[in-house]
Design a protein around this ligand. Structure first.
Ligand code: PLP
Length: 414
């Protein structure tokens, strides 16, 4: 078979091509995506799936928001790419909008989350060396964090399964193993140039950090002249019911990273810094071919306009409360449901070892979710999700939990 016309391929042919020609980095489920609309994705046979994962926090505005499709087509016809050797009209205006929304001063655009983290780590080292010489290089990270898979980001991604095959990693990284102010304080010294946190850990099982920990982090960074870096790649841009996750904690970071939903699925990330770090990068210190291209930036600008004009942040809070209440109601009847955590439309439900089964059974019924940290059902629905969509999902979850509990006698219904 000549794989020239993708629309003619059967699922078996798609799978066979991937098995033969792709590195085996992904364990895919059996969903073969054809197209998407609003909160739904459709498979090749036309079957509809309600997406409660948003392409892992990317499709926050759904699959085909008319305003995004319009700017994508318009800008695609006008100018897709120019190099960073030249100006384009959209980088500056997008940077200003992000700076205004976050209180940051400067922005560097990347193509992905992991690259935004790389930029933040380089900035942290540049800051540390300028303030305290080469010895001020230590970067602190929290246990169970996830910041990406390139070497710098992987070095602060403290999950054995991701790090073990690739050691040795970047040096001068220390892990804070307990989420307590005392443990954090013990890890600090004048050698620390930055503390990196996800305000709500995503991949680590949807864990909002304790408020005292974030506040102690801010205080210690000030005391030891280090940077507080908030990785908002998964939790930022309205998902938690605030523009940025850090707003829930009463602290302001010095540096923040964004990606995922920033350009609604077109690759774009950003590293933002406040006045403390505004002078830390000089021409030649960092760069990228694609980051901040006119098409990506124009889409991102429209994403932010939609978030603001269509009330998406308040909606995430409201729909998040509705979904959380629905799950709590199910918890009264289902012993499989353990702790329920989250903020806004970023919710994790402790299910235990059955989490992957639950995810697969939900997929069979037409609902996309995933299992984070192996035991947690992770829900990151599009911010445009409706109460009716949520009701449909809750009914399916109720049925699936009932089925799993019936087959495992130790998990009988409460
Ligand atoms: C909090 C966080 N940081 C960084 C990353 C890495 O982003 P990317 O996959 O775009 O490199 C992710 C991706 O899941 C993430 O959730």
């Amino acid at each position: 078979m000549e794989p020239t016309d993708a629309t003619q391929l059967t699922p078996d042919e798609i799978q066979a091509l991937e098995e033969k020609y792709l590195f085996a980095t992904y364990k895919r489920s059996g969903l073969f995506c054809s197209h998407g609309s609003r909160v739904y994705v459709y498979d090749l046979s036309g079957r509809r799936y309600l997406d409660l994962l948003s392409g892992i926090s990317v499709n926050s505005l759904g699959y085909n928001h008319p305003r995004l499709v319009k700017v994508l087509v318009e800008q695609g016809q006008r100018l897709i790419h120019t190099s960073n050797l030249f100006y384009n009209p959209y980088q500056g205006i997008l940077a200003k909008k992000l700076a205004d929304a976050s209180g940051m001063a400067k922005v560097f655009f990347t193509n992905s989350g992991t690259e935004a983290i790389e930029a933040a780590l380089k900035l942290a080292r540049a800051f540390g060396h300028a303030e305290g010489g080469k010895d001020k290089s230590l970067i602190l990270t929290l246990k169970n964090s996830f910041h990406g898979r390139t070497f710098g980001a992987l070095s602060i991604t403290t999950q054995e399964k991701y790090q073990a095959p690739f050691r040795p990693l970047v040096p001068d990284v220390a892990v804070v193993e307990e989420f307590t102010s005392a443990a954090l304080e013990k890890a600090f010294s004048d050698k620390v140039c930055a503390l990196v946190v996800e305000p709500v850990q995503g991949e680590g099982g949807v864990v909002p950090l304790p408020v005292e920990l974030m506040q102690a982090g801010r205080e210690l960074c000030d005391r030891y002249n280090a940077l507080l870096i908030a990785d908002e790649i998964q939790c930022g841009l309205g998902r938690t019911g605030r523009y940025f996750g850090f707003e829930h904690f009463g602290v302001r970071p010095d540096v923040m990273t964004l990606a995922k939903s920033l350009a609604a699925g077109y690759p774009l990330g950003a590293m933002l810094g406040n006045e403390r770090v505004a002078g830390c990068f000089q021409p030649g210190d960092h760069g990228t071919t694609f980051g901040g291209g006119p098409l990506a930036c124009r889409i991102a600008l429209e994403v932010l306009n939609i978030i603001e004009e269509e009330g998406m942040i308040a909606r995430a809070g409201e729909m998040g409360d509705y979904l959380m209440e629905g799950i709590k109601t199910l918890a009264a009847r289902h012993s499989l449901i353990g702790e329920i955590r989250g903020m806004g439309l970023m919710i994790g439900v402790e299910i235990g070892p059955a989490a992957k089964d639950v995810v697969n059974m939900l997929l069979d019924r037409g609902f996309i979710t995933n299992a984070a940290h192996d035991t947690v059902l992770r829900l990151l629905p599009p911010l445009i999700i409706s109460r009716e969509d949520i009701d449909e999902f809750l009914a399916a979850l109720d049925a699936v939990l009932g089925e799993v509990e019936a087959r495992e006698p130790q998990n009988q219904e409460k």
